[in-house]
Design a protein around this ligand. Structure first.
Ligand SMILES: CC(C)(COP(=O)(O)OP(=O)(O)OC[C@H]1O[C@@H](n2cnc3c(N)ncnc32)[C@H](O)[C@@H]1OP(=O)(O)O)[C@@H](O)C(=O)NCCC(=O)NCCS
Length: 163
C-alpha cells in the first residue's frame, strides 16, 4: 500500500457491516458519501485545528462496489488551501481483509471552511505542495475552482433568484 501519512494527510480504516449495505451486499452510495464527509472533516479539522464545515463536495466517482465485510481505507489529504478553505482529496480503497491488498472504489474532492468561535470563516495554515504528485493535485484543485466558477455562473443564470 502506498504510504499515506504526514502533514495534511489522514487515514480512516474500518470494516463494512450489514447495516451499511443493500440487499445485494453492496454498500449504499449514501453511506460512502457520509464516510467521505467524515474523512474530509477529520483531515480539515486536523489541518486547521478548529471546527470546519463542508461547503462543497464534487468530482465524486464511484468506480467499484464495496462489499459487506470489506476493510475500507479512507485516505484524505489537503491539496489546496485558500484563506479559510481547505480542498481535500478523498481516495477510497477497499478489499477483503482475508486477501492481500485493496483497490480504489471511489474518489472525490471536498471543500471545508474553518470557522472561528464567532462562526465566521477564519484563516488556515497554508498548504505548500512538495512532491510532484502534491503539485499535480494542487493544479487539479485549481482547475476545478475555475471550472466551478463557470458552471456556477451558468447555474445562477438558469435557476435565477431562489427567494
Ligand atoms: C461556511 C460559511 C459560514 C462561509 O460563509 P461565507 O459568507 O460564504 O464566507 P466567504 O464568502 O468568506 O467564504 C469563505 C470561504 O469559503 C469558500 N466557499 C464558500 N462556498 C464555497 C463553495 N460552495 N465551494 C467552494 N468554496 C466555497 C470561499 O471561496 C472562501 O474561501 P477562502 O476563504 O479560502 O477564500 C457559509 O457559506 C455556510 O455556513 N455555509 C453552509 C455550511 C454548511 O451548512 N455545511 C453543511 C453542514 S457541515
Amino acid at each position: 500500500m502506498e504510504q499515506h501519512s504526514g502533514p495534511g494527510k489522514s487515514l480512516l480504516r474500518f470494516l463494512t457491516e450489514p447495516s451499511h449495505v443493500n440487499f445485494g451486499g453492496k454498500v449504499h452510495g449514501g453511506m460512502v458519501m457520509k464516510w467521505i464527509d467524515q474523512a474530509g472533516y477529520t483531515c480539515a479539522a486536523q489541518w486547521s485545528g478548529t471546527y470546519c464545515v463542508t461547503v462543497y463536495v464534487g468530482s465524486l466517482h464511484f468506480l467499484k462496489p464495496i462489499m459487506v465485510g470489506s476493510a475500507v481505507d479512507m485516505r484524505s489529504q489537503v491539496i489546496h488551501t485558500g484563506r479559510s478553505s481547505m480542498h481535500i482529496f478523498i481516495d477510497i480503497f477497499a478489499g477483503d481483509p482475508r486477501e492481500r491488498g485493496t483497490h480504489r472504489c471511489a474518489y472525490c474532492l471536498a471543500v471545508f471552511v474553518a470557522l472561528g468561535v464567532d462562526g465566521r470563516p477564519m484563516p488556515v495554515p497554508q498548504w505548500v505542495p512538495a512532491s510532484e504528485r502534491e503539485k499535480a493535485l494542487e493544479r487539479y484543485a485549481l482547475r476545478l475552482v475555475e471550472h466551478r466558477k463557470q458552471m456556477d455562473a451558468e447555474a445562477a443564470e438558469i435557476l435565477g433568484d431562489a427567494t
